[in-house]
Design a binder for this molecule. Sequence first.
Ligand code: AMP
Ligand code: ZN
Length: 464
Amino acid sequence: MELRLYDTLTREKRVFTPIDANNVRMYVCGPTVYDFAHIGNARPVIVFDVLFRLLRHIYGENHVTYVRNITDVDDKINNRALRDYPGLPLNEAIRKVTEKTADQFQADVKALGCLPPTVQPRATEFVLPRPDGKTDMVTLIKELIARGHAYEAAGEVLFDTQSMPDYGALSGRKLEDQQAGARVAVDAHKKHPTDFVLWKQSSPEEPGWDSPWGRGRPGWHIECSAMSAAYLGTTFDIHGGGLDLIFPHHENEIAQSRCAHGTHAMANYWMHNGFLQVEGEKMSKSLGNFFTIRELLDDWPGEVLRLNMLKTQYRSPVDWTVKGLEESAKTLDDWYAVAADHAGGEVSPKVIEALYDDLNTPLLVAALHGLRNSAAAGSEADRATFAASMRMLGFLLDSASAWNDRKQQASGIDAAKVDALIIERTAARARKDFKESDRLRDELAAMGIVIKDSKEGTTWEVAR
Ligand code: AMP
Ligand code: ZN
C-alpha cells in the first residue's frame, strides 16, 4: 500500500516518494492577517493538517517539517491599520492589526483540531538579509537580477517571464496567449504583460524597507519563495494551498524559486484544495452568506466543522450547509459516545488505506462508520482502535464529557441544569413516578433538549 497524491503540475495521481524520508518537507500558503479567517480559509488548513498527520504517522512525528507562513505585509493590512488605529504611527498600527489577527487565527484553527505547523514564519521577518543567514527576499531578488531573470523599471523590480522557457507550466497558461488580450497601456514599463512585481516603491506613508532599489516593499509572491527556501531548502516535497493560488501565486513562486536557485523543481507535488460554497452559492459578504470560523464556533464545536469539511474529498467543491452541519454533529455525538475515553490502540489500516488514495476523506468517514459499528458491537480492542483512529484524525482530543461541555457551550444551553433535571428524572423513574418523569422530559424538551435512554444510561442532545 502506498500513498498517492494528485499533483497539479503533472496532472496525475502519483506515488508519493519523499526526497528524504527522515525529513519530509511541506509548505502551505498561510493567511493574510488583516481580518477574521472565513470558513473557506479553514479548508486548506484542515486538509493539510490531515496530510501532516498522515505523514507523521507514516514517517514518524519528528520526521516531517510543515511550514505555513503568515502574510503580515499586504496593502489590505495597511488599509485596515489606517482605518482601525488612525492615531497611531503606521508601523505600530500595522503591528496591532497583524498580531491580533494572527492570534485569532491560531485560536480558531486550534479549535478545529489542527496541529500547529512545525514553523510559522512571518513575512516581515524575511524581507531583509538575516543574521542567521536564512534565505530572505532582498537576497533572492538580487540573485534573480544577477542571473538575468529580473529587471528594474519605473521604480519597480519585475520578474522577466520571457527569461524562463517553461513559465506557465503549473497553470497551463502560455505566454503567447496572454500577449493578445493584454492591456499594454497600463503596463507600459513591463517587457511582457505577465511580468510581475518582485519589489515596489513605498511612499513615505506606506510601510517600507531600505533596499538596493530604494525604500519599498516586496511583491506578494516572493515571500513564499524566501520562507520555503529558508526552512525547507531549494527543492522540497509538497507545496499546497487553495486552487485560486495556482495562478498567479504558485506559478510565480515556481518562477522565482527555480530561476533564483537554478533548479528543475521548487516542490515535487503541488496540491490544491477546491473551493467552499455556502448553501449552493459562492460565499460573499454582499450575498449575506459569509461566515467567519469564529462565528461558526459560536454555534458548533470545532470538531463538527472539521468533520463536515472532511466529508468531501479535498479537490471537489464543498457545499457548506446547515443540514450538513446538523448531520455531522449527530454523527460525532454518536461516535464520541461509543469511543468514550478509550486511550490506547492502533489506528485502523482502513483509515490509512482511505487516506493513501489522495486523501479520500469520504471513504475515510465511511471507514469510521464501520469502525464505530464494530466498536459498538465488539470488544474493548475494537473500541480502542476506533478511538485511536479518531484521535489520529484530530477528533476525540479530550474526553467525551468535555465534548458535551463544548457542545452545550456552543448552543448556549445550561449543561449543569440539564444534568440536574436528568438526574431528577432518573430518580423519578427508579421510584416508578412516571408522571414526574414525563413532566421532567417535557421540561427538557421545552429547553430544546432531546433525551435518549439506553442500557448505559440517559444521554441528551440539543434539538436543532
Ligand atoms: P487568502 O487569505 O485569501 O490568501 O486565503 C488563504 C487560503 O484560503 C488560500 O489557500 C486560499 O486558496 C484559501 N481559500 C480562500 N477562500 C476559499 C474558499 N472559499 N474555499 C476554499 N479555500 C479558500
Ligand atoms: Zn505562497
